[in-house]
Structures are given as C-alpha cells and as structure tokens.
Design a protein around this ligand. Structure first.
Ligand code: GDP
Length: 461
C-alpha cells in the first residue's frame, strides 16, 4: 500500500458527468462524512439509516430552500468504487443547479475533489492497482472499439495479473538468493539454478512480449498515421473524400498530434487512421514526386506509419512504378500500392499489365469501387493478424519504460549468474527487477520481499 496522501480523511465532492447542460448531472461524494452530508440536505428521510445500494427520490434543501428534486444512490464502503462511503446525487442537468448542490455539500463539510482523486482513493484502498487505475483513464479517453476493449481488459486486471504472477515467482527466488547470502560462508545453494534459469527465460519472454505489444497499444490508443502520396491527378483528393465519407472518425484530441499537420481521421474497424497533410493534398502543394522531387516526398513519407502510393493505372509505366517500389523498399516503409481509375480499364487487362509487380490494389476512388479492399489492407498492415483484444496490450508509456528496465535487469541477473558475479550484486539486480515490476502496479517491493522471507521460511531472525 502507498503512503497516504494529505487530505485523505476529507470527504470529497465533484461533478461526475460532463460540464454543460444535460438531462441529468451526477454529483459524487466520497468519504467518511458522505452519508451525514447528504442526510442534512435531504429532509424526506434519514438516509444514514438506509441500506447500501439503494436509491432514494426526494428534494434537496438548504436553509429551507429547495435546490432540486434528485435521486440519491447510497454505496456503503468498502463496497463502493473508492472503497469509502460513496453517495451519488442525480440532479437535473442545469450547470447552475448542479453547482448549487456542490456548494451545499461544501457548506456541509465536503471539499472539492482533485483530478482523479476518486480513482486515487480506490487505489489507496486496494480496490484497483496502479495499472488498473491508469486503465480507467484510458477507458474514459477511448474513442474506438479497440481502445475501449484494451482499456477494459486492463481495468479488469489483465495486465496486472500477468505481472503479479511474474513478480511472485521472482520474489520467491529472490528470497532464496537472499537466504544464500546469509549463509555465504557455507557455500550453499538454496535456489535451484536450472529452475532459476528457466524462470528467467520465461520472465524475459513475457516481458518482451508485453513490451512489444506497446507498439500495437500505441496504435490502438493514438492511431496510425497515413500519407497518401502520388502524382498530380492520380486521384488523391478524390480518394481522401471517398474515405472520409465512409469512415470519418469522431475524435477529440489525440495525444502527440498537431493540428497543422493532421486534419482528418478515419475509424476503420476500431483503429484510428490519421491522414497526415491532408491540407497538402487538397491544395495540391504536395503533388510530390514530380513537383518537389523524390527526396522531399520520401521525407514526407517517412513521417507516416503507412504510405498509400496512389497512381493512375492509365498513366503510369511499369518501369516508373518499379522505381517507386524500389525506393519504398529501400527506405523500409510500410506501403500499399493503389492503382486508381480502374473503372476505365478491364480488370483482367490491368492484372496482366501489372503482373510483374505484386500486391497492387485496383480501385476507383471516384466510382467508390474496391475501397473496402484498401481499408482491409490498411487494417491488416497495422495489426498483421496479431490483434486479439483479449491479449494484454500495453498502451501506457510509463509501463513500457518500466518494462524496459525489467527486461534489462533480467538480462543482468542472467549474466550475473552465468559469470559467477558475487551473490550480493545479483541480489541487487533482482531487487531492481522487482522494483520496476512493482512500480507498474504500485506495490512496494521490499516489504513484500521481507514478508515473503518471513512467512515462507520462518528463519526467525
Ligand atoms: P489529385 O491531384 O491526386 O488530388 O487528383 P484528384 O483527386 O484531383 O483527381 C484528378 C482527376 O481524376 C479528377 O478529375 C477526378 O475526378 C479524376 N478521378 C479521380 N479518381 C478517379 C477514378 O477512380 N476514376 C476516374 N475515371 N476518374 C477519377
């Protein structure tokens, strides 16, 4: 458990629903005085005598003045979100009325909650660990199906479970290694080295897998940047409009993006695709390749996770397309070759004409033909068949960095044993590893370690 923050004893209050006018607004109270505060504002009955998880309709009154007619929900701790006594007041959704109710709660002794304080309390009360608490924030920010699923999986403890298991097993070994240090004169080995190496290898694999998932996690959370590139008149702006008509995403702010370079976002199968430099496409200032030269075009493309190279099937030569393919390959870009204006030629003849260059998708941006094939290909390219949202996927940079440290310390532990480094130095690496694992879920490792030694081995020191 973490150290208790200042103000922990306070009862806190805040609007739980969005600011602005709505049909209803929900105000949340959490803390020891929650029931007392609401009771003083709710004359109809004694709410302190009501059962937990019940709803009560009535007027809220302060100094004889009716504030609103509300529904009050009661949640007695520890069976509540924060683990404390929680009251939710559903009032009519006028910002003015809701503000008055909040003020009345403050007059009765509540304090305004700090950002995230309800979830922080849930963490401090052991309702959620840190990784789960962070997933709550991700869920609230999620704007696609995939990001919702991933966050929900992690709130339910998907990520934490895997780390917990790993950590418990490492703690066990660490306890044995520490024990060996106590008996260092006698040259005994309590920890079975074969098992230890197996555990290290497995831990390394799990950690690597989790760390690798960050790339996908980042995609799920922040989207994939896509550049549509091609000669003037290839049909870039037509394609852009077609895609936007079919899949324009409703997004708020996306982390790490700037308004001037990114204008439009698509939501395809729950993945966000950010079409970069759409202004350039519209204004024809980025009719790259020809107008500003290959180098500049490639620089542009290199900012993108995926490049759509669009060409007019009736205009391009095989040699010309091949040289572009060579460039794209040389720069190791992820790209899709899209032959546009396929409505103007029979498909069989196109296949024949371009038979030496595999993987081309033939579409008609104008007639909106086969654009679904392009969209499928985009999703495939990003996920590469590896998305299972039941899998644990890291979406949080803090977790990713901690996992990198875990990985490095696992390597150091292994090297330590292999090179017969003194036990106390290896023990340091093990502690470092446990520290970073614990840092993700918010546990304090040294106490656990000691607990483990005493509970399992009763060495009675
Ligand atoms: P950009 O310069 O690459 O942005 O190309 P535009 O989107 O402005 O398109 C250039 C011209 O090609 C316009 O006259 C479009 O109507 C036409 N065009 C675009 N896509 C297609 C298509 O799929 N089939 C046909 N026949 N014409 C198209």
């Amino acid at each position: 458990m973490q150290g208790k923050s200042i103000g922990w004893e306070d009862t806190i209050v805040a609007l739980a629903t969005a600011q602005g006018i709505g049909a209803i607004g929900v105000i949340r109270l959490s803390g020891r005085q929650s029931f007392g505060i609401i009771n003083r504002l709710f004359p109809a009955k004694d709410l302190t005598k009501q059962a937990s998880h019940t709803l009560h309709v009535g007027y809220l009154k302060e100094n004889g003045k009716v504030l609103d007619e509300v529904v009050v929900s009661l949640f007695k701790g520890p069976k509540s979100y924060t683990g404390e006594d929680v009251v939710e007041i559903s009032g009519h959704g006028s910002p003015f009325v809701l503000q008055q109710i909040i003020q009345a709660c403050v007059n009765q002794g509540a304090r305004l909650a700090k950002p995230g304080e309800f979830t922080q309390r849930a963490f401090l009360n052991g309702k959620l660990d840190l990784a789960q608490a962070e997933a709550v924030a991700d869920l609230i920010a999620s704007n696609t199906e995939a990001s919702r699923k991933t966050a929900l999986h992690n709130i339910r403890g998907g990520f934490s479970e895997r780390l917990k298991d790993l950590r418990e097993r490492l703690i066990k070994f660490s306890a044995l290694i520490e024990l060996e240090l106590d008996f260092s004169q006698e040259d005994v080995e309590f920890a079975d080295r074969t098992q230890l190496f197996e555990l290290l290898a497995e831990a390394q694999q799990t950690t690597q897998q989790l760390a690798n998932s960050f790339q996908l996690g980042n995609v799920i959370k922040n989207g994939v940047s896509v550049a549509i590139i091609g000669k003037p008149n290839a049909g870039k702006s037509t394609l852009l409009n077609t895609l936007l008509n079919e899949n324009r995403a409703i997004v708020s702010d996306i982390a790490g993006t700037t308004r001037d370079t990114i204008e439009e976002v698509l939501n395809i199968d729950g993945i966000l695709f950010r079409l970069i430099d759409t202004a350039g496409i519209r204004e024809h200032t980025h009719d790259v390749i020809e107008s500003i030269g290959m180098e500049k075009a490639l620089a542009k493309m290199q900012q993108a996770d995926v490049v759509i190279y669009l060409f007019d099937v009736n205009e391009i030569t095989i040699a010309g397309l091949q040289s572009i393919v060579d460039e794209l390959n040389a720069k190791k870009l992820k790209y899709i070759l899209v032959g546009n204006k396929a409505d103007m030629a029979p498909e069989a003849s196109l296949r024949e004409k371009f038979s030496t260059i595999p993987g081309i998708i033939f579409i008609s941006a104008k007639a909106q033909q086969h654009t679904e094939v392009l969209k499928e290909k985009l999703v495939d390219l990003v996920l590469q068949g590896k998305i299972q949202t039941d899998d644990t996927i890291i979406t949080n940079a803090r977790h990713y960095h901690a996992l990198q440290e875990v990985l490095q310390s696992l390597i150091d532990i292994r090297n330590g044993f292999e090179n017969k480094v003194p036990g106390d130095l290896v023990a340091l690496d093990i502690r470092r590893c446990l520290h970073y694992l614990g840092e993700i879920t918010g546990e304090i490792t040294t106490e656990d370690q000691l607990d483990y030694i005493f509970s399992k081995f009763c060495i009675g020191k």
